[in-house]
Design a protein around this ligand. Structure first.
Ligand SMILES: [Zn+2]
Length: 111
């Protein structure tokens, strides 16, 4: 599960809890039994908190299109920008302009 998925689950659980809280309030005003809605709403609220806590510890995933230098780990926004900034493929792996400059020309090619 990614952080984004956990946050989406948290949002949906919070919305379910909100709907049940509204149902409990209507039941209370309409002479019904608000207790069962309130209990279910509480469970959804707990679920939302659990997913929020999970999202807080999950890593933010880097988009697959974002190149990462195989030598120093620096990233660029996308391949087009990286190519314009002097990134090269060094022995087939992406390297930023600084790192690529430390390798002999025959190991580098443009991408
Ligand atoms: Zn680098």
């Amino acid at each position: 599960m990614t952080r984004e998925q956990a946050l989406q689950e948290a949002v949906e659980a919070a919305e379910a809890g909100k709907r049940l809280a509204a149902s409990a309030e209507r039941a209370a005003h309409g002479g019904g039994d608000p207790q069962r809605y309130a209990v279910a709403g509480g469970v959804w609220a707990d679920t939302a908190r659990a997913y929020t806590a999970l999202a807080a510890v999950l890593p933010v995933l880097r988009p697959a299109s974002q190149p990462e230098c195989a030598v120093c780990g620096v990233t660029d926004i996308n391949l087009v920008r990286a190519a314009a900034a002097g990134w090269r493929l060094v022995l087939g792996r992406p390297a930023c302009a600084f790192c690529a400059g430390r390798f002999p020309d025959w190991t580098c090619r443009q991408f």
